[in-house]
Design a protein around this ligand. Sequence first.
Ligand SMILES: Nc1ncnc2c1ncn2[C@@H]1O[C@H](COP(=O)(O)OP(=O)(O)O)[C@@H](O)[C@H]1O
Ligand SMILES: [Mg+2]
Length: 242
Amino acid sequence: MTSEPILTLENVSIGYDPAKAVIENLSFSLMKGEKVALMGANGAGKSTLLKALIGLIPHHSGRIQVKGLNLPSGPVQAATLKAVRAIMGYTFQEADDQLFMNTVYDDVAFGPRNQGLHEDAVKERVQQALSTVGQLHNSHRPPYKLSGGEKRAVAIATVLSMTPEILLMDEPESGLDGFSRKRLASLLKSLDHAVLFTTHDLTFAKNVADRIILLNDGQIVLEGESHEVLAQTETLEAYHIL
Ligand SMILES: Nc1ncnc2c1ncn2[C@@H]1O[C@H](COP(=O)(O)OP(=O)(O)O)[C@@H](O)[C@H]1O
Ligand SMILES: [Mg+2]
């Protein structure tokens, strides 16, 4: 991790209805290589925030900068979205939403093929991404036959094969048993990428995150190094984390 920001939000407001903000006036930075957990009760706005960062929902106001690139408020041009998505990869809460091809290989190859890479380069990307997540042996299996933990790992590989610098992940540990959560935590921790993820699991947050941001009603109510935030048990209880 360095102290150089790779993603910066300044006074960002986001909503589905222009008259009502779900995220209000939010500011924070994510450093290169830093792992940050976004926590907060159901409905706090965590998923909305991740979706706006990847351009799935436009933000109303404020500045979002991705590695010096400006994601403007309002409708975003396709070229800008493409540039932003080359830097940031996003994984859905449900791995099944990410996997739709007949084989693991084709799912992980989908992004690089879409980028117009030659099949040799695609193969290199796929093998690299699948070996990073420990799933090379499952290359030729259909995704629906994999276990929850294997699906999650492959879903991450579909994003890694696009060689992003930032990973945005919505509840990556959900639906996984304790063993698979621990494996996923060490995988995320071992990546050089900056990772911004949402979670309801305090142990998972502690194992992965350098920093925790606690959201309530679209605003930051607590922010700090993971061990500092996790020690604030009364606040965590008040905001339904504990
Ligand atoms: N597609 C949508 N259209 C309208 N409102 C939505 C939509 N998705 C989420 N919301 C609302 O935005 C708020 C934040 O939701 P969300 O970002 O999903 O919270 P979290 O991920 O923290 O549980 C909630 O009040 C929710 O009802
Ligand atoms: Mg959510």
